[in-house]
Design a protein around this ligand. Structure first.
Ligand code: S3P
Length: 173
């Protein structure tokens, strides 16, 4: 069984993924972390020195090799992963994979991401919460087309991590 979590930056993919993997006794993998390890530098550094196109290529390469492996896992994608190249098709075509969208409201994403934007290359230079909100709104409009092709959509607003995990487990059973 391979469980793949997607959603916008700040939707809780990593923290939910880790908790879900623990519950299901599966290995947890985070695509950004896998890229970081392979490249020997963190994501903002890769964007800065090698550019986004390089990052997107690497992202596809690492995703493909994880999907090709025989191992079972819970994998958290980056927010943009399903929206580039053939990534979404790669996931959907690889058997035994359940794709889950963690859907968080614009209002909640704005709150979370304004606090954390320093570590995120795509938004770190946005100057005010209002500009950030416009950016996320436009991005979600473009990305929802991909996100909505998931097998399962879980709303995350006002839910504890444990509640989200329990809801996913129930849907999977
Ligand atoms: C990105 C999201 C990030 C990371 C990169 C690009 C995006 O991952 O992959 O900064 O395009 O939305 P998280 O969603 O885990 O923050």
């Amino acid at each position: 069984m391979k469980i793949v979590l997607l959603g916008y930056m700040g939707s809780g993919k990593s923290v939910v993924g880790r908790a879900l993997a623990e519950k299901l006794q599966l290995v947890f993998l985070d695509l950004d972390d896998e890229i970081k390890v392979q490249e020997g530098r963190d994501i903002p550094e890769i964007f800065k020195t090698l550019g986004e196109i390089y990052f997107r290529r690497k992202e596809t390469e690492v995703l493909q090799s994880l999907l090709n492996s025989d191992k079972d896992f819970v994998l958290s994608l980056g927010g943009g992963t399903p929206c580039y190249g053939k990534n979404l098709q790669l996931i959907k075509n690889s058997g035994e994979t359940t794709l889950i969208y963690l859907k968080t409201s614009l209002e909640e994403l704005k709150k979370r991401l304004w606090r954390e934007k320093g570590t995120r290359p795509l938004i770190q230079d946005l100057g005010s919460p209002e500009v950030l909100e416009d950016f996320i709104r436009k991005h979600l409009f473009e990305r929802n087309f991909y996100y909505n092709q998931s097998d399962l959509i879980i709303l995350t607003d006002r839910k504890e991590i444990g509640e989200i995990v329990a809801e996913i487990q129930q849907e999977l059973s």
